[in-house]
Design a protein around this ligand. Structure first.
Ligand SMILES: Nc1ncnc2c1ncn2[C@@H]1O[C@H](COP(=O)(O)OP(=O)(O)OP(=O)(O)O)[C@@H](O)[C@H]1O
Length: 242
């Protein structure tokens, strides 16, 4: 199996995720994926074929028990500039709006806060820690709950803010990230969110894990299916009208 670092490098270079002169911000939640991404992007910066600037941004949602000391220390150790964006998103979501679907509003507000901070700091690329297992969960989440065949993209452009969102771990597995966290002793922060481990996304991820145990090679085949545009045969009604 390719190393996490090798998989990330191949994804960045195959899909042109970073270009010369880019000013890249890692969205640092403190979770395992974004902490590993920051470490590997910092290392990649030293041998990458193009020069780019790297920073880390954390949106502090305003939960009382969110301790960011380990993230601060990690950025200091890596010599990566670090900004914490203070917000009251938790209060808005849980105390003012009593949202039935708190994750959607929270993610929306978080994106807004990140974009604002990026504009202020003249950063043009936002790197997120999503991996291949997130892409599979997202695909099933969208199919099961929204009737859409849609998943995460390697690179997308937010025209209103002129920001490119990139996902350098999209060809890597969650297991590879967990392995790197352990082998490189990367700190991971505890999520302060009351929804942590209780989301629909987690439910779908658990369902997929059960399926992988039940059906041999199913994870590998689902990953192939997700990328296999030539073998995609859906009920496209436009074709019928010809
Ligand atoms: N509070 C935050 N501040 C900055 N970026 C964030 C924050 N929360 C999430 N992100 C970014 O969005 C990505 C996806 O978010 P998600 O909520 O799935 O991550 P997570 O499970 O909290 O943590 P991680 O993906 O880092 O393990 C993260 O990998 C990270 O890059």
């Amino acid at each position: 199996m390719k190393s996490l670092s090798g998989a990330m490098r191949k994804t960045i270079e195959t899909y042109g995720l970073i270009a010369e002169g880019d000013r890249v911000a890692v969205g640092l939640s403190g979770g395992k994926d974004s902490m590993a991404l920051l470490r590997l992007l910092k290392r990649y910066q030293s041998f990458s074929p193009f020069k780019f600037h790297l920073e880390a941004l954390t949106v502090d949602m305003g939960f009382n028990n969110f301790d960011l000391e380990a993230a601060k220390a990690f950025c200091l150790e890596l010599d990566v500039p670090y900004t914490i964006i203070k917000t009251d998103i938790a209060k808005v979501v849980f105390e003012i709006r009593y949202e039935k679907n708190p994750c959607a509003l929270c993610a929306n507000m978080r994106r807004g806060a990140l974009a604002q901070a990026m504009i202020e700091r003249n950063l043009n690329v936002l790197a997120l820690g999503h991996h291949a297992d997130d892409a599979l969960s997202t695909l099933f989440l969208n199919m099961l709950y929204s009737g859409k065949m849609n998943t995460l993209e390697y690179k997308s452009y937010l025209s209103r803010t002129n920001i490119h969102v990139i996902r350098p771990f999209l060809d890597a597995s969650e297991a590879q990230i967990v392995g790197t966290i352990h082998s490189e002793n990367i700190p991971v922060l505890k999520s302060p969110c009351p929804m942590d481990k209780h989301t629909k996304r987690e439910e779908v991820a658990d369902m997929l894990k059960a399926l992988y145990k039940e059906v041999p090679n199913s994870r590998k085949n689902l990953l192939t299916a997700m990328r296999n545009e030539n073998q995609c045969n859906l009920f496209v009604t436009k074709a019928l009208s010809k």
